[in-house]
Design a protein around this ligand. Structure first.
Ligand code: SF4
Length: 380
């Protein structure tokens, strides 16, 4: 980490300044006070949060995922898998990541949240389907409104067939000062081991998004430890991004640091084809190559490398052969997924598959995912 990041020092050319204006009008930006300090010191962090002229490049889709999804007519409920449901009680973050797939629609302006009626309807829906074993509570960031989170947790914990509750957050990085002992204590109350009948046990864990070793500051590690010391597993998830962490050395260091501070490496995500994120997107193959390079090291292949389309996650581990096709002059990855089309339609309450997905002769979904590239950024 340097004392002043290159990104904050950089003088913009005339063209860059014009593009920057377009970006500022089009996309919201926000950095929390604690993150503002880090942005000044770390180039890798600055690139993730400061608006860049490159966001004006014509690319991507505005809504690879619909906000809140409204599955089954319930605002804030999403379901695409048999055994999992996603709740988004609160649609706001205390900083905005420039690669976020929600940045144009969901975040910013007046904070939106699920109403009590929305929450009750979602709980009734999850309670009515015993196949749902996991509930992911995401955002926005659930830790910004601890009261609302607790309200949701109390209700989810009353559903007997839910065995796993996962809370997705980046607020441990954005506002580590808000991760108090009281908050961690409240969350840990929802861990329940039934020694007489283990089938009635329930686990609560935290999924923490951290993309670069510079993000694991003393404050962040201290905040994470408040959960870990109370028996809550924290899983680390990382988005692969050009010029930030797209090399084996950085990912190796990040995984090694995760393991050192008690965070379990979980997912390495390929950066989604979001509008304004072209400059962040590597090829999918790049992530495969990185994990392959790390194979000889302990724990280094632990994260699952995935890319995500509207029907779910696609795993691509070391050695995976990608199947490329060209559509309208662009390079896509074609894959037969493990997901049955009929299941997706039932779980997501849809009548047809999303664009760039089709059904094969065995009823499985075939997806087409827009690849990125490993070219140097064009000079503006
Ligand atoms: S924390 Fe997650 S939801 Fe919030 S801005 Fe970043 S990527 Fe988007």
């Amino acid at each position: 980490m340097s004392t002043t990041s290159e990104t904050t020092k950089k003088k913009l050319s005339e063209r860059e300044r014009q593009m920057q204006q377009t970006v500022l009008k089009r996309f919201r930006s926000k950095v929390s006070p604690s993150l503002a300090q880090l942005v000044k010191k770390s180039d890798a962090v600055a690139k993730q949060f400061l608006p860049s002229p490159y966001e004006a490049l014509d690319f991507g889709t505005e809504a690879p995922f619909e906000e809140g999804k409204n599955n089954h007519g319930i605002y804030g409920l999403e379901r695409i898998y048999e055994d999992r449901a996603v709740l988004t009680p609160y649609f706001e973050c205390s900083a905005y990541c420039r690669y976020c797939f929600k940045k144009t629609r969901t975040l910013g302006g007046e904070a939106k949240r699920m109403t009590d009626e929305n929450i009750d309807a979602a709980i009734r829906y999850i309670g009515s389907d015993s196949r749902i074993k996991t509930v992911l509570i995401t955002g926005g960031d659930p830790f910004i409104d601890a009261e609302l989170l607790e309200q949701v947790l109390v209700k989810v914990a009353e559903i007997p067939h839910v065995r796993n509750i996962r809370v997705g957050t980046r607020n441990i990085l954005f506002q580590p000062e808000k991760i108090t002992d009281e908050l961690a204590e409240m969350v840990s109350r929802f861990n329940h081991i039934d020694y007489e009948n283990p089938k009635n046990s329930r686990n609560i864990s935290v999924g923490l998004s951290i993309n670069h070793p510079d993000e694991l500051t003393p404050e962040v590690v201290r905040a994470a430890q408040r959960f870990i010391q109370r028996g809550i597993t924290i899983r680390g998830q990382t988005v692969l991004m050009k010029g930030i962490n797209d090399d084996a050395k950085t990912i190796h260091e990040l995984i090694s640091l995760f393991l050192a501070v008690g965070i379990v490496p979980y997912y390495l995500f390929h950066c989604m084809p979001v509008i304004g994120a072209k400059h962040f997107r590597t090829s999918v193959q790049k992530g495969i190559d990185i994990l392959k390079a790390l194979s000889p090291f302990s724990g280094s292949t632990a994260p699952h490398y995935v890319y995500v389309t509207q029907i779910g996650k696609h795993r691509v581990g070391p050695g995976h052969q990608l199947d490329y096709v060209e559509i309208d002059g662009l390079k896509y990855i074609k894959a037969t997924t493990p997901y049955k089309a009929a299941d997706f339609l039932e779980f997501s309450d849809n009548t047809k598959l999303p664009p760039l997905h089709e059904i094969d002769e065995n009823g499985y979904v075939v997806s087409y995912y827009l690849d990125g590239d490993d070219d140097e950024l064009e000079v503006l």
